[in-house]
Design a binder for this molecule. Structure first.
Ligand SMILES: Nc1nc2c(ncn2[C@@H]2O[C@H](COP(=O)(O)OP(=O)(O)OP(=O)(O)O)[C@@H](O)[C@H]2O)c(=O)[nH]1
Ligand SMILES: [Zn+2]
Length: 357
């Protein structure tokens, strides 16, 4: 094997670059797009980007809808950056924090025609770096040396895939709610966040196992937030497994349904302005749910499980397990009593997200 970076290594490097405010170059058929994430673009680097040519910003269709920007590229919109606009304009295009108080006003000069593929890949890259899906780019045929250069088609394939996970470490863990267990750590090979599996007892791999796919929720799991049902769901799942003497709880680090804690707090701030969970995600430019449930199926398979009794109210999880070859022999509901802070959240889950509550 060569010592040089693979495509998934380059994509990992590009994620870090965007997070620190560096541009990366997406290349296809000799054409390059030098692209920065709007959220981290500073005025100095933006100035240097401008020196390469006219800057075009891009946002998702959801964000465009909020800003009343016309969408000519299907699911994304491209907007010419005004000559007098700076990093602040880009940040406001990306971030809905001031949409109600001091909204960004047009007229917006939408770009139409030409190929928007590189912008679309740039937006996916920003999302995968857990940044707001909003970018600024310049089309070029030559670019400054030293930037991370990504062959665009391969990068798109890598972003659409699910990185292989390898076991890193495991050890015994006695738990108050679940009794004796083992905590297994799994690491994706693309430098993304690790995921955990809590094995309770010694479940027989030949039989369907009581399983829970839990998505990380720092606010609910750790702080006991009353805004969602995650904490009680986690604790109920662990104690049910403890009572049964066996089970497997996958703790998937997909905070905020995959948008990350910073973006989830942006969503919470919008919820304080009156938007519901789904509307808040859309105003930020995200889909309602950005999680990749293939990770859960992959982990179960790696641990030797082929069939589960899945504790969930989410039919999408059941469908995804089935599609990934994990047999869901039974769905075990995990219903938590509502309180006055999460009643609306649970209503939205039922009415908009299809949860069986
Ligand atoms: N973006 C966003 N994420 C949230 C919000 N509230 C909770 N979450 C995240 O939602 C995830 C939990 O997903 P849920 O939809 O509650 O439950 P589920 O896992 O789909 O379904 P169940 O298996 O039935 O629990 C966790 O990652 C939480 O951090 C919110 O208001 N906005
Ligand atoms: Zn939660």
């Amino acid at each position: 094997m060569s010592l040089l970076p693979s495509i998934s290594d380059l994509v990992a490097r590009a994620r870090s670059d965007l997070r620190v405010g560096l541009p990366v170059v997406l290349v296809q058929d000799g054409m390059g797009l030098v692209v920065m994430a709007s959220e981290t673009a500073g005025d100095a680097r933006l100035e240097a980007l401008r020196a390469l040519g006219p800057v075009v910003a891009a946002v998702t269709g959801w964000r465009a809808e909020t800003l009343k920007i016309r969408v000519y590229d299907g699911d994304i919109a491209r907007i010419a950056m005004p000559a007098d606009a700076g990093a602040r304009w880009l940040a406001e295009l990306a971030d809905p924090a001031s949409d109600l108080g001091a909204p960004l006003r047009g007229p917006f000069k939408e770009e139409r025609g030409g190929d928007a593929t590189l912008y679309r890949i740039g937006l996916d890259l920003a999302k995968s770096a857990q940044l707001l899906p909003a970018i600024a780019g310049v089309k070029v045929t030559t670019w400054p040396e030293g930037l991370t250069v990504l062959p665009a088609r391969q990068a798109a394939q890598d972003l659409a895939g699910s990185a292989p996970l390898s076991p890193v470490a495991a050890a015994r863990l006695p738990m108050a709610l679940a009794g004796a267990g083992r905590l297994h750590i799994f690491r994706p090979d693309n430098a993304e966040i690790e995921h955990y599996a809590v094995e309770i007892g010694r479940p027989d791999r030949a039989k369907p196992v009581l399983a829970r796919l839990h998505s990380a929720c720092f606010t609910g799991d750790v702080l006991g937030s009353l805004k969602c049902d995650c904490g009680p769901q986690l604790h109920t799942a662990l104690s049910e497994m403890g009572k049964a003497g066996e089970g497997v709880l996958l703790y998937l680090n997909q905070e905020g349904r995959g948008i990350g804690l910073a973006n989830k707090m942006r969503a919470y701030a919008l919820q304080d302005q009156g938007f519901d969970t789904v509307e808040a995600n859309h105003r930020l430019g995200f889909e309602d749910d950005e999680r990749d449930f293939r990770i859960g199926a992959d982990l179960l398979r790696r641990m030797g499980f082929g069939a589960v009794r899945l504790m969930t109210n989410n039919p999408r999880k059941v469908a995804m397990m089935d599609a990934e070859g994990i047999d869901v022999v039974d769905r075990v509901p995990l219903i938590i009593d509502a309180n006055r802070h999460n009643a609306d959240y649970l209503d939205v889950k039922r009415e908009k997200s299809g949860h069986l509550l």
